[in-house]
Design a protein around this ligand. Structure first.
Ligand SMILES: Nc1nc2c(c(=O)[nH]1)N[C@H]1C(S)=C(S)[C@@H](COP(=O)(O)OP(=O)(O)OC[C@H]3O[C@@H](n4cnc5c(=O)[nH]c(N)nc54)[C@H](O)[C@@H]3O)O[C@H]1N2
Ligand SMILES: Nc1nc2c(c(=O)[nH]1)N[C@H]1C(S)=C(S)[C@@H](COP(=O)(O)OP(=O)(O)OC[C@H]3O[C@@H](n4cnc5c(=O)[nH]c(N)nc54)[C@H](O)[C@@H]3O)O[C@H]1N2
Ligand code: SF4
Ligand SMILES: [Mo]
Length: 711
């Protein structure tokens, strides 16, 4: 049987957006590897995606529409298969009932980055919901705080060119677990190091990445802005502020310089729980080493003061003048460099779309349990699994179980969210559909074409939305355009054409060459080209216009600390991608059951030994895990991994049972890590595997002796 190979894009929510090479035999994918020629992928995929075919070819793919015939929340037993016609008629009926009773704003589309593709990720679905007048979703769950901070400071999601980091002499990996979440960036960091760069990790946890750096600083969670202000003070005191560059290319340096008078190194160190000498030594290094590259992670923004934190961190290289040099400056996300404008594709000017309210996705649990007026009575979920990933899970699940809520879920496999649906519609996976990908970690645009046969009746999201439009009797041509039409429209404002992309699969899509210093002479995408250390527009949002420090809320609350002494971080898992893969046998086996890592002092204070089953709880809820006792964290700080599935977890709850619904200072992002808990032993219970839904008894299932470090 002939085999063929095809290049395509990894669709997952990861900054690396790899180009992969798929081997296909008889319409079925039989091999997958990284493209050797791609400058960022460099021939390798990550461990989790090396096993992507398990998920693609797995027996758990959804192959037919399903409609609910039993109670909500009971799982697949409550459903029966249905034809596409019956299922989409039901969806149309549900949406119409909401429109008639509550108005179109009673409909809420809930979606995120299950695929990063610009076609399957939003496009036609957003058109349909805009045309209906449905509530608009503010997609805040990941990058809202950093996005707002970067918009304010630099005028957009821009920074140094990531491959150029090889030129840097000092690299700060700030709140970034590069080896786990941005693997392909590591090659360029390692190359810089070979050329003599000094690499520092700034992370409350001693991650694998931190252990591979020259130095690791472990600040208290949520105190990064104080750390950045302390470092800025060192730079000022050393006479190393690049005042000529600041005068020419920024606004607000005189005000910031005055503010630094309030930030002696001693104050900053005390706020961050760091040794003064350590902070001062890093400050001296920052003052004296050019170029410096600050690679900012996304995880550090899940704190109350995240907006100010990202502003302060990204101010550091402005003051040192590092944007003068190739490989110098800061980089959090590269999206702002891409020429693709999704706006006209999501809201074509010739498609009528009434004004509608916006709803913050990070508040889903509150929105579904009373916060929205008029209420949301129709929810359409795609490219997301909120039952596992949204904060305050108890409220999310209570909302999803409302009998007056009509929920449609588009999915590839049965998730916790599907458990609560009225209709589940089977969607294709990446090798089965057409898509176009920009990236938030490099500068290449990638095309992905369908090369294998979808299982059963699964179709792309776009086709599902076309079918729903038809069932609603909506025949505007904009709602029925093909995926190829959509790709052409996405490319319209760019110099790239589809024929070229078809030939080459990926092209460098920005005007920023490798080895360049794009902001050496300012030219930031602000109105006047200057970076804004002061931004008066922030006053209206109740945020200090000047770069400063917003302390954590729960993290620094002494009363709460009495009852819930531990700050709990829930970080990315190496073998999952958010909740994707958490139901796959190989991936779940690599991660093991949920664990909560404690410093030996915190474990001893609670009489806990490695492997003990525990209950992690606060006023919002609880979840079960086993304890890992190691020195990867500091006293008072615990951590676990995000995005296990409730249904597959002991006690039927995950870490999001304890995380809060509370907005970040800027952008309305979630504050998963600004979260206090207590950890206590649970009694030994029946042998593992007896009853996965059996409440606390299930804790035995997680009582495994865990290896010390697993990230
Ligand atoms: N393997 C894998 N890769 C992923 C993902 C995944 O789930 N698994 N998720 C993808 C997604 S959606 C995202 S958003 C990115 C996230 O990418 P990262 O930001 O790299 O990942 P996180 O683990 O969320 O956070 C990074 C580090 O920030 C640290 N941190 C937490 N709070 C603070 C703080 O207050 N200050 C500082 N300095 N550090 C802090 C955490 O301890 C953690 O080690 O990764 C993407 N890549
Ligand atoms: N406690 C805690 N929780 C967190 C975080 C944290 O740090 N701590 N991090 C947050 C972050 S950074 C993020 S980005 C969110 C992510 O939250 P979600 O966006 O909900 O991420 P996933 O869990 O990966 O869910 C993606 C779903 O989309 C589906 N999917 C993929 N491709 C397609 C497609 O083409 N069509 C359809 N219909 N479905 C598709 C996948 O099967 C998967 O179930 O989670 C957040 N949750
Ligand atoms: S998840 Fe990230 S690192 Fe892994 S293959 Fe996909 S893009 Fe590459
Ligand atoms: Mo994310």
């Amino acid at each position: 049987m002939p085999t063929t190979t095809h290049l395509g894009a990894c669709p997952l929510d990861c900054p690396d957006t790899c180009t992969w090479q798929l081997t296909v035999r008889d319409g079925r994918a039989v091999g997958l590897r990284g493209d050797r020629d791609h400058p960022f992928t460099r021939g390798a995929l990550c461990g989790k995606v090396n096993r992507y075919l398990d998920a693609l070819n797995g027996p758990d793919r959804l192959t037919t529409p399903m409609v609910r015939v039993g109670p909500k929340g009971a799982g697949p037993v409550s459903f029966r298969p249905a034809s596409w016609a019956e299922a989409t008629d039901r969806v149309a009926e549900g949406l119409r009932a909401t429109i008639d009773r509550d108005g179109p704003e009673g409909i809420l589309p809930y979606y995120f980055a299950g695929t990063m593709g610009l076609v399957q990720g939003g496009s036609l679905g957003l058109r349909l919901f805009a045309h209906l007048g449905a509530s608009r979703l503010r997609t805040t769950i990941c990058t809202a705080a950093a996005g707002a901070a970067l918009q304010s400071l630099y005028g957009g999601q821009v920074g140094f060119e990531p491959e150029s980091i090889v030129e840097a002499r000092l690299i700060l990996l700030w709140g970034a677990n590069t080896l786990s979440t941005n693997l392909h960036q590591w090659h360029f960091v390692a190359e810089a190091r070979r050329r003599g760069a000094y690499v520092v990790a700034i992370d409350p946890l001693r991650t694998d990445t931190a252990t591979r750096c020259d130095e690791h600083l472990a600040p208290l969670p949520g105190t990064d802005a104080a750390l950045a202000l302390g470092l800025l003070r060192c730079v000022l005191d050393a006479g190393a502020a690049d005042t000529a560059w600041l005068d020419a290319h920024t606004t607000g340096w005189p005000e910031l310089r005055s503010r630094l008078a309030e930030w002696p190194v001693e104050r900053a160190a005390a706020e961050c729980g760091l040794d003064v000498a350590v902070l001062r030594r890093l400050g001296e290094r920052v003052a004296s080493t050019r170029p410096m590259a600050v690679r900012v992670g996304l995880g550090l923004q899940r704190h109350a003061g995240a907006g100010q934190a990202v502003r302060a961190i990204c101010t550091l290289p402005l003051v040192t003048g590092d944007f003068r040099y190739a490989g110098g400056g800061a980089l959090c996300m590269t999206g702002g460099h891409f020429p693709v404008d999704t706006g006209p594709v999501e809201r074509p000017p010739d498609l009528p779309a009434p004004r509608a309210r916006s709803i913050n996705m990070s508040r889903l649990g509150a929105v579904l349990t009373g916060e929205a007026d008029p209420p949301v009575t129709s929810l359409v979920v795609f490219d997301a699994n909120p039952a596992a990933t949204a904060p305050d899970q108890r409220r999310v699940l209570a909302g999803l179980r409302r009998s007056d809520l009509f929920t449609t879920v588009l999915e590839q496999r049965w998730t916790d969210t599907c458990d609560h649906a009225d209709v589940v519609l089977p969607a294709t996976m990446q090798p089965e559909h057409l898509d176009l990908h920009d990236s938030y970690g490099h500068h290449y645009l990638t095309l992905n074409e369908p090369v294998v046969t979808a299982p059963g009746e699964a179709v792309p999201n776009t086709e599902i939305f076309r079918r729903i439009a038809t069932a609603l009797g909506l025949d505007h041509p904009r709602l029925h355009e093909s995926d190829e039409d959509l790709v052409r429209q996405l490319l319209a404002g760019t110099p790239i054409d589809l024929a070229e992309l078809r030939e080459r699969t990926y092209v460098r899509a920005t005007g920023v060459p490798v080895g360049s210093a794009p902001y050496a002479a300012g030219g930031f995408p602000t109105a006047d080209g200057r970076a804004r250390l002061v931004d008066r527009a922030l006053r209206r949002m109740g945020v200090d216009p000047l770069v400063g420090y917003t302390p954590p809320v729960e993290g620094s609350d002494p009363a709460l600390a009495g009852r819930f002494p531990l700050v709990l971080l829930s970080v990315a898992a190496r073998f999952f991608l958010n909740s994707t893969f958490a139901s796959q046998q190989w991936h779940a086996g690599k991660m093991g059951p949920p664990r909560v890592h404690l410093h030996p002092a915190d474990a001893a204070a609670r009489g806990l030994a490695d492997g003990d089953p525990v209950r992690v709880h606060n006023d919002r809820g609880e979840f079960l895990a086993s304890v890992a006792v190691d020195d990867t964290t500091r006293p008072g700080v615990a951590f676990t991994h995000k995005a296990y599935w409730a249904r597959l977890s002991p006690g039927g709850a995950t870490v999001n049972a304890v995380t809060p619904i509370r907005d970040t200072d800027l952008g309305g992002g979630p504050t998963f890590h600004d979260n206090r808990v207590e950890v206590e032993p649970v009694p030994a219970a029946p042998p593992p595997g007896t009853d996965p839904d059996g409440g606390r008894a299930g804790a035995a299932a997680v009582s495994s002796r865990a290896p010390a470090r697993t990230r």
